[in-house]
Write a protein that binds this ligand. Sequence first.
Ligand code: ZN
Length: 174
Amino acid sequence: MAKRNIVIEPDPILRKKSEKLEKVDLETQKFLDDMLDTMYSAPGIGLAAVQVGVLKRLIVVDISKEDENKNPLFLINPIITQKSDKKSIHEEGCLSLPGYFAEIERPAECQVEYLDYNGNKQSLKATGLLSTCIQHEIDHLNGILFIDYLSKIKKDMIIKKLTKYKKEKDKIVL
Ligand code: ZN
């Protein structure tokens, strides 16, 4: 497994729509392993392929707590087939928006169809944090970030600060 660099907003790639994966092969699995490694070392509980610069519909998620066993979930070409009318609010963060958090309202439960690590068709009913996390990651595949749900003023402020943060970061790297 190898760690990949995480793309930080603002970056045009984060606004692109990811493409469906045609087949799950060894290369896909290697990439999923890299994504998981990248997510764990960040650390984060979810990561979409676009966040490491690959426009494919792939997601890794692990909402297990630090003192629990790891429980990674790989979702390839995920589709939400049902959303509950009931909403829930979670504080969300994003590895592409380091340091920013906001309470976001989403459907409390959702039904997701996807292919797993071995390319097998799966269906899952997600509730609680997992539901929020999967919806957040699928948004990434469609070029949507959680700040898009905030007011324009808040969103613009975050993007401005991140632009500054990236400039500072580049200076250090160089
Ligand atoms: Zn995110």
